[in-house]
Design a protein around this ligand. Structure first.
Ligand SMILES: CC(C)(COP(=O)(O)OP(=O)(O)OC[C@H]1O[C@@H](n2cnc3c(N)ncnc32)[C@H](O)[C@@H]1OP(=O)(O)O)[C@@H](O)C(=O)NCCC(=O)NCCS
Length: 155
């Protein structure tokens, strides 16, 4: 039975390993596994404290972390109607589940992050999907080609 729970700083090393598994497979890494995992774990340990801007949820199968999703909240400039329009947005990233734990786990991680957004007055959530994952986000109400404009600085 796979359990979904919030991540803690004690998870940082395992989450850095999963990040390597996800991103290291997408293109030729420019740093070694050990260098990356060390650097990424330090970053995650720094970003994960409870009152930090980033939050994460993990999928755990028999005490082994098999998936993760991350969410960063970004403050909007105050509007004169805060009760109507919440004043934070969220950026969702790093949704990844190990191949042998897939089949519903990604949905559960995504839903945990979205439930937190609904409970914490987030106005909207943005993300950059991989091509294959678009159907997952659309099934959860995300739209494409909406109001967000994007400029890629680094080609
Ligand atoms: C995306 C991912 C977390 C989904 O996990 P999962 O447990 O298989 O998800 P679920 O079974 O709950 O949902 C299935 C949906 O996931 C997406 N999905 C399935 N396989 C996928 C893959 N290899 N890559 C990306 N998305 C995938 C599809 O939207 C699928 O819906 P569909 O079959 O109706 O098209 C998992 O496939 C994964 O880690 N993929 C690689 C990383 C990735 O692409 N992450 C998204 C970055 S934006």
């Amino acid at each position: 039975m796979i359990e979904i729970r919030t991540a803690t700083i004690a998870d940082a090393k395992a989450l850095a390993e999963l990040r390597w598994e996800f991103r290291g497979a997408q293109r030729e890494p420019a740093e070694s596994h050990d260098t990356f995992v060390r650097r990424c774990a330090v970053w995650m340990r720094h970003e994960l404290p409870i009152d930090g801007a980033w939050k994460a949820w993990v999928a755990v199968d028999h005490h082994v972390i098999v998936g993760q999703v991350w969410l960063q909240t970004v403050a909007k400039i105050p509007n004169p109607y805060p009760l109507v329009e919440p004043e934070r947005i969220a950026y969702l990233s790093n949704l990844f589940v190990r191949v042998d734990a897939r089949g519903g786990t990604g949905t559960r991680l995504l839903e945990a992050a979205l439930a937190w957004c609904r409970e914490n007055r987030i106005d909207r959530v943005v993300l950059w999907p991989s091509k294959r994952s678009v159907t997952l986000y659309v099934a959860h109400g995300f739209s494409q080609g909406g109001e967000v404009m994007e400029l890629k600085i680094q080609k």
